[in-house]
Ligand binder design. Sequence first.
Ligand SMILES: [Zn+2]
Length: 494
Amino acid sequence: MGKRVLSASIKHETNTFSKLLTGLDAYRARALFIGDEIAPVYRDTNTEMAAHFDAADKYGWELVSPIAASATPSGKVTREAWEYLSGELLAALNGSFDGILLALHGAMVTEVDEDGEGALLEAIRKKAGPDVPICVSLDLHANVTEQMAQHANGLFSFRTYPHIDTRDTAARAAEALQAAMTGRTAPHCIVARRPQIDGANHGRSQDGPMIDLLRRCREHGKEAGIVDVSVNGGFPWADIEWAGPSVTVTYDSKKAGMAEQAHDIAEAMMDTVWDERANVTIKHLQVSDAMDRVKAAGSGDKPIVLADFSDNPGGGSYGDNPTLLAGMIEADLQDAVFGTISDPEAVIDCQRAGVRGTVKIPLGGKIDPDFVPPLMVNGEVVAISEGGFTYEGPMSTGMRNSMGPTAILRIGGIDVIITTARLQVLDLAIFRSQGIDPENKAIVAVKSAHHFRGAFGPIAREIMLVDALGLATPSLKSLNYVNVRRPVWPLDMD
Ligand SMILES: [Zn+2]
């Protein structure tokens, strides 16, 4: 008989240094789907939820999907949002289930609990009882806690950054859940870490220490009794006790001796993560240095891509920091496009002026003017839209999203995409939906740390990473940590 499986997703990556709390409106702006709304949105997309539907087809499950919710990274999830999101999931658990399949991020902090996923898994375990297997797919930037490992039976993290294996990762979790529900295995999981909040080259899977670590994940995963091995880069912009890289090992407790073997694998891999902690394969430029290099690079057949690592909304930054834009305006860059700056008030100003109208407005810097003030700009409005687009991939391929009401403001030689929503610029569709072909521009600026490489890497002549001192600055020592365990690298050690 087909198994009855509860499938759900509640995601957030919380930058605790952000003053911008994450309420239900932030979920509505990106993804908040209930019950029957979920399947039509996610089926056949490159997402974890798509894999839940794939698995239901493959294994003949009766799938119950109460909620799928995700918000752009920002500050702590509000108590109200947390109670609603977790409440929808827990209410669905009133029935009886053979298994539970979840897609979580692993770095959620709420106003109620600094370990959002740990608290959620504990509540689910309490309600479902000790015998219902729970398998969870996680982001590669999860801050995995003991509480999460204790209450889940299996934890399965992405193995790519940019995260293009989201659907594959949830398929690993689903396969393990099926094995557990049919009694073939009795999975348990453990987590290991070191005194470090950063490391594993922040999860970059194409170079540096992650290449060997991911190879070992795959090799160990083939050993008898080992269900899965995952390495997490962690999310250092979370001032919580257990932030940082980790290795999780999910093993079959039916097989003798596996707890020790799992422990040995996790510790040996964390030895490597620790030893390689300073092995970082990227270099950040200050804005003025980046402008010098852009000018020195001259013209070419493909664009130079400037990525503002520090104000990446995907890392919980505000996404309204105009520091890089100011540098580009001052450098008088031509044939450039800037995507994006979030500023709902500026969008309204542009709408009032209308297409071909001119405006003189303060742009950006409005979420926390004490952190970074607005930039006064003069420009001509060249387009206005509702901001909808569909991801072309390779990440989130096929998913719809919206920038909210959006305006293109031409400032000198730079077309600036001003959005209502905050979002990471990781897909060409963000430009193309606005009638801009980034491939034909000389300079393309994006607010993204790394995910942009999937789509923008192939069209770039050169990529420059810029630290414009946004909230997701790579200079962790400049942030005021109080809750993280001490001593911890790199805050207290060189
Ligand atoms: Zn991630």
